[in-house]
Design a protein around this ligand. Structure first.
Ligand SMILES: [Zn+2]
Length: 106
């Protein structure tokens, strides 16, 4: 199968959101066990970190990668990821303000 991306950027982080949750458990020892009985994992993580469930949802969806903060088109946030850092603290992740090459720095 021919690849459309012959030179992908190196990425050593989680391959899927579920893998990322596993990594979160490796960083925050005891956390996964603590929320395991909760039917709503995002809600439980939000409560643990003291952030909105929407933040957790987006944080896991991008697997801790930094998302461009620019707003595009109809008020949606730019979907581009910035850099290769993986942030395992959603409070720090939510406060990150970076822009992709298309939207320039600040
Ligand atoms: Zn952007």
């Amino acid at each position: 199968m021919a690849s459309r991306n012959p030179a992908p950027q190196p990425y050593r982080g989680a391959k899927s959101p579920q893998d990322f949750v596993t990594e979160i458990g490796n960083v925050w020892i005891g956390l996964i066990e603590r929320i395991a009985s909760d039917p709503d994992q995002n809600e439980a993580l939000a409560g643990y970190f003291g952030v909105e469930p929407g933040v957790i949802e987006e944080w896991i969806a991008v697997r801790g990668r930094t998302r461009c903060e620019a707003t595009v088109g109809s008020g949606r946030r730019c979907a581009n990821l910035v850099g290769l850092k993986v942030e395992y603290d959603p409070r720090i992740w939510a406060a990150e303000r970076l822009r992709c090459v298309s939207h320039g720095p600040g």
